[in-house]
Design a protein around this ligand. Structure first.
Ligand SMILES: [Ca+2]
Ligand SMILES: [Ca+2]
Length: 239
């Protein structure tokens, strides 16, 4: 089953560079609910350029508890020709989350954001809960790194069109509540380029206008009150 989403599809043109070293991460800026963000890194005047664009479709994932969104990575040379055989490596980060809940109106669901954005609790990025990191006191890191994943839809190397397809999969309960950064690096021989794409995990628009069905992401799994307040909301909470 396929859905359309309301967020804008963002196309990012990455800059490029040659020689050693990848570009520095383009850190996700302060996120705005409903708006995507993108950035790029690298040195000017190089041999390859990388871009990444998101599908405007949010589909059910491999299980009924997940959603999937696809991305196309495109690599070209200095003349704009497709680069075949470049190795594309994605890295997914989850720098922010939001807390709040949706309520059903007469014709659509409406979201209430009680706190936003909340910084990822894993301050040192080691996927381990260290002293002082559990700021909402629920005994775990929020968001969990495993709330979303990235993988290749195709092979890791670009095809004759200079393209590789990626996809992210994420828990339906996290849709709209986690801000992600997808960095893609392409390398061929000693030449490398990178690009980034950042946004909130996509929400299927069709579900937001179906008030007869409960939303799988109705309550933020990270809380409904404040960034530092543990999640206590549930479908029976009466919110
Ligand atoms: Ca940590
Ligand atoms: Ca926590």
């Amino acid at each position: 089953m396929r859905y359309s989403i309301s967020i804008a599809t963002m196309i990012l043109v990455g800059t490029m560079f040659t020689g050693c070293g990848g570009g520095s991460d383009s850190a996700a800026g302060t996120p705005v609910i409903g708006g995507g963000d993108s950035g790029s890194s690298g040195d000017a005047g190089s041999a390859i350029s990388v871009s990444v664009g998101a599908s405007d479709q949010i589909t059910d994932g491999e299980t009924t508890e997940t959603y999937t969104q696809e991305f196309t990575v495109q690599v070209v040379d200095s003349k704009g020709y497709p680069v075949q055989g470049a190795t594309v490596t994605p890295t997914l980060s989850l720098p922010y989350f939001a807390v709040g809940y949706w309520t059903a109106g007469s014709s659509a669901w409406t979201r209430t954001l009680t706190d936003n954005p909340c910084a990822n609790e894993d301050l040192n990025g080691n996927n381990s809960l260290d002293a002082g990191e559990d700021t909402n006191h629920n005994g775990q890191l929020d968001p969990r790194a495993a709330d979303a994943s990235v993988s290749w839809e195709t092979t890791q190397k670009t095809d004759a069109n200079g393209q590789v397809k990626l996809r992210i999969q994420y828990l339906q309960s996290s849709a709209g509540w986690v801000y992600y950064g997808l960095k893609v690096t392409a390398k061929v021989s000693t030449t490398e380029g990178s690009a980034t794409f950042s946004d909130w995990l996509g929400i299927p628009a069709a579900q937001v206008t179906d008030v007869s069905t409960a939303l799988p992401f109705q309550y933020s799994p990270y809380g409904t009150e404040a960034c530092v307040t543990p999640s206590t909301a549930s479908a029976s909470s009466g919110l």
